[in-house]
Design a protein around this ligand. Structure first.
Ligand code: SIN
Length: 184
């Protein structure tokens, strides 16, 4: 089954005296913006790639039949394009619940399209979390996504919305687009 990271995340960063924080979104946080933000800017992080390797028991699947959602995997030389949001620290009370199925907040440098760099927080489901599913052929991942559904809706909508959002950002993520191609 899954773990709940809400408590762990609450104690991970100290927001005392801080009025805003950058958040880097690379999955549903790009297209499902159900939180207030002060500013948003496309950004890239280096050394990470997006992979549909995390199980979703609470949003796009169930504990009995988990769906698949994205996490980041460390890889030297890789680049991951996403959207950065400048948010008030209280927004993390909501986001920690939304991302509770194995995701932990990490600090990362983010590069904006104009070349400037800022530190941001990013939710990553690391390989040691209980909901981690790991690699599989694109066809198999697409099949699992096609049949999965959870409280947030069909898993296929997560994949299709993400692929559309990445196209809108001008990104070519061959992993995501290959799975999309195999979706029946
Ligand atoms: C993210 O979008 O940045 C984290 C993963 C997700 O919620 O899909």
């Amino acid at each position: 089954m899954s773990i709940n990271t809400v408590e762990t995340n609450r104690n991970r960063q100290n927001f005392e005296g801080i009025s805003s924080v950058w958040l880097f979104g690379y999955g549903s946080l790009i297209y499902k913006v159900d939180f207030p933000f002060l500013e948003k800017r496309p950004a890239t992080i280096n050394g990470w790639e997006r992979r549909f390797w995390q199980g979703s028991h609470d949003h796009r699947g169930t504990p009995e039949a988990p769906g698949r959602v994205v996490t980041l995997i460390e890889k030297p030389g890789a680049r991951c394009k996403g959207m950065a949001f400048r948010v008030s620290p209280h927004v993390f009370e909501h986001l920690d619940v939304r991302e509770k199925n194995g995701y932990l907040r990490f600090t990362t440098p983010m590069t904006f399209d104009d070349g400037s760099v800022e530190d941001g927080l990013v939710y990553i489901a690391t390989e040691d979390n209980e909901a981690f599913l790991g690699p599989a052929p694109s066809e198999d991942i697409a099949r699992q996504i096609a049949r999965s559904i959870g409280p947030s809706g069909p898993n296929r909508d997560y994949l299709l919305n993400l692929a559309d959002a990445l196209r809108a950002l001008g990104d070519h993520d061959s992993h995501v687009f290959d799975i999309e191609k195999h979706l029946s």
